[in-house]
Design a protein around this ligand. Structure first.
Ligand code: SF4
Length: 448
């Protein structure tokens, strides 16, 4: 059971020193119970109290790391059922599976896709995360060969799949330092895989025939001292899997610890139709998968999944924002046009993309509107004349250009008069409402 604020308060020093950023220990305890602050924020909690408070401060779904050093994928750590309640924390890892029954070409093409498929969107790099290496016939030497191939293709975040501890142990001879996820302990091999995971300090997936069985197995592994577990309810039918995903998340949020672990899912085992597999994966991105294992990576199906994942795991309370400042596009000179827009990332990337493809050298001012778009920023008083003028004066653009003509977005046309008053000597030009019409304006642009 989770501790209440009063329970937690009993373990705190009660000095009300405020070093945690909260004025009193009682208020800190309440925040900790509500999972709004980390226990580490109080430097005076004793080790004994820390151990007891771990349950209260830990997220209901454990964070599990796969990989080592800086190249680590974190899954789990979720605290809500619905994204709009707060935010989802760690996006699901997307894996591609290679097996010892595949031809050299099939393995090679999957590894090539894994290394080469990468997309940039709103300043973020989107790409697949993991290689799942599966032994189907218990041949350790084949498993070892696959691990070596994956590593030579640059893969460091691995899932090793076999029910045989001997096969996994052989594979670990080549990648134990990368801290792969071992898949999967079940009721038949729980002791051998549990001991191997403990010995090698690796995370371990648990597979049952139902959530009840998974809960029993995770309970046993926890007693063995294993903490970093990933769960698989065994369902390979979408309806059942979806029910299990939701039931596991609900149970975990109600502090049922045996299911408080991220899940691993296998769309690759649920259909042989690539389109259907992508749709299943898309469902699992939205409904709580920690890891999604695909049979192959194709740009036309991977890209939408990565964008869906990015959208769902973007904090709805914090708009994506670009840093305020002066941006140079297409090597501008002192006589190049100057435009301004808001720092909502989508606005920035759309506008800068249009300017870039126009090939017209251009200066671009990005005004901090706390991530709001032009129109919303205007309505909120953040993209208005008396906010823009001080920024233009202080940002240093006047030293970089020979003119004083500023193109503002058409959506903010109403501020042009006021802006001219706030910026004496400047000429304000009204640009198009849509970024798509910027190119003709820039090509024919003349300073006033
Ligand atoms: Fe209390 Fe610790 Fe916060 Fe100080 S830092 S007020 S002791 S909880």
């Amino acid at each position: 059971m989770a501790l209440t604020g009063i329970d937690i308060f009993k373990f705190l020093p009660k000095t009300n020193c405020g070093e945690c950023g909260i004025p009193t220990c009682l208020a800190f305890a309440m925040k900790l119970a509500a999972r709004q602050i980390e226990l580490a924020a109080c430097p005076y909690v004793s080790d004994e109290a820390k151990e007891k408070l771990e349950e209260a401060s830990a997220p209901p779904i454990r964070v599990v790391s796969i990989g080592a050093g800086e190249d680590v994928l974190k899954v789990g750590g979720e605290t809500v059922l619905f994204r709009h309640e707060k935010t989802f924390i760690n996006p699901p890892g997307i894996a591609v599976q290679i097996t010892d029954t595949m031809s050299e070409e099939e393995v090679g093409s999957r590894l090539k896709s894994y290394s080469s498929l990468e997309y940039e969107r709103v300043g973020l790099i989107l790409k697949p995360d993991l290689i799942a290496i599966k032994s189907t016939n218990g041949d350790a030497s084949k498993m070892e060969a696959l691990v070596k191939k994956a590593k030579s293709a640059g893969a460091k975040k691995l899932i090793l799949m076999s029910s045989d501890a001997g096969v996994l142990s052989a594979a670990l001879n080549h990648c134990a330092e990368d801290k792969p996820l071992l898949y999967a302990a079940d009721k038949g091999n729980i002791d051998s895989l549990g001991n191997l995971a403990k010995e090698k300090n690796c995370s371990l997936a648990v597979r049952g025939d139902s959530l009840d069985e998974v809960a029993t197995l995770t309970g046993k592994l926890t007693e063995m001292g294993l903490k970093d577990l990933v769960i698989d309810s065994g369902a390979r039918d979408l309806k059942q899997l979806l029910e299990d995903q939701v039931a596991a998340r609900r149970s975990a949020l109600n502090n049922f610890r045996p299911l408080g672990f991220p899940s691993i899912t296998f769309p690759c085992e649920m259909t042989s139709n690539p389109m259907k597999e992508t749709l299943i994966a898309g469902t699992l991105v939205a409904k709580y998968a920690g890891i999604i294992v695909l049979s192959d990576l194709q740009g036309h199906s991977l890209f939408p999944l990565l964008v869906e994942r990015m959208n769902i795991y973007t904090d709805p309370q914090r708009p994506m924002a670009t840093t305020e400042g002066i941006y140079e596009i297409n090597n501008p000179t002192k006589d190049s046009p100057l435009i301004i827009t808001s720092n909502f990332s989508l606005t920035y990337f759309i506008v800068s993309g249009e300017v870039e493809s126009s090939r017209v050298p251009c200066w671009m001012l990005i005004k901090d509107t706390e991530g709001l778009s032009v129109l919303t920023g205007w309505a909120a008083g953040k993209f208005v004349a008396d906010a823009i003028a001080p920024f233009v004066k202080k940002c240093g653009i006047e030293e970089k250009i020979n003119h004083k003509t500023l193109v503002i977005p058409g959506a903010a046309a109403s501020i042009s008069g006021e802006l001219e008053e706030e910026l004496p000597g400047w000429n304000i030009q009204i640009g198009p409402r849509e970024a798509a019409y910027l190119a003709p304006l820039l090509k024919n642009w003349k300073a006033a």
